[in-house]
Design a protein around this ligand. Structure first.
Ligand code: DC
Length: 226
């Protein structure tokens, strides 16, 4: 029998990953955070002192990058790159910009595509990213495009970073977010956009619990609860 797949796309800071994690746990789906894959490539480029926009140099690195997505005992996705657990390292703010830059390179996207599709063949997945509904899983059973205005998103991301002890300001987080939005939605390859058949969920005025209930309702109404 075909596995269930739910695609959750949207811009940075829309609350996607926290919502996706909780929703996946609620329905017993595998949560796949595809942004983490781009972050691994970004981290690898960063550590090799490569300018992330330098397409040829980034592509030359790809054969050396071995990424594994693993799940620990509490079901948390861990990212292992070339044998090293980089789950925390890929979350540094400078890696966000590297990830955004490398994600505009078609060869990087191709390199990561099969990993993402393989997960959906093996498991019932709730996959979050930018192009899941449009490119990675065009036949997903349900596509949700989750968004919120830039101030709401920047504020959420800022609070998240501060809670993790990162020294930053709201203005810096907001400025970074505007750059990433532009990069992610204006790139030629797999730009951030809602699939034609996606349901749009605007969470600007919804708190976490309300957003979670809205997603659960969409999944249940689509008859996808296992
Ligand atoms: O969701 P995130 O912030 O961890 O994603 C990091 C970057 O990777 C982001 O700038 C966009 C890119 N990305 C992408 O292009 N396609 C995806 N499916 C997921 C992320």
């Amino acid at each position: 029998m075909k596995n269930i797949s739910v695609a959750l796309d949207g811009p940075a800071g829309a609350g996607k990953s926290t919502l996706a994690k909780k929703t996946a746990e609620h329905f017993g789906f595998f949560y796949v955070d595809t942004g983490a894959l781009y972050r691994c490539v970004g981290l690898f480029a960063f550590r090799n002192n490569i300018t992330s926009k330098d397409k040829e140099d980034v592509c030359a690195l790809l054969p050396q990058i071995v990424i594994e997505m693993m799940y620990d005992d509490s079901g948390i996705q861990r990212m292992v790159m070339c044998g090293e657990d980089v789950t925390d390292a890929i979350r540094a703010p400078e890696i966000s910009n590297y990830a955004s830059d490398v994600s505009a390179i078609p060869e990087v996207r191709d390199f990561l595509l099969s990993m993402q599709r393989e997960m959906a063949v093996k498991y019932n997945v709730l996959m979050d990213g930018r192009d899941i509904g449009t490119v990675v899983l065009p036949d997903a059973d349900l596509k949700i495009f989750i968004t919120a205005d830039v101030d709401a998103r920047a504020n959420r991301r800022y609070l998240e970073l501060v809670a993790r002890g990162v020294d930053t300001t709201f203005e810096d987080v907001r400025a970074d977010m505007i750059i990433r939005d532009k990069n992610d939605s204006e790139r030629d390859v797999a730009p951030l956009r809602a699939a034609d058949d996606a349901v749009i969920l605007d969470t600007t005025n919804l708190n976490f619990e309300e957003s979670f209930i809205a997603i659960c309702d969409l999944i249940s109404s689509a008859g996808l609860s296992t």
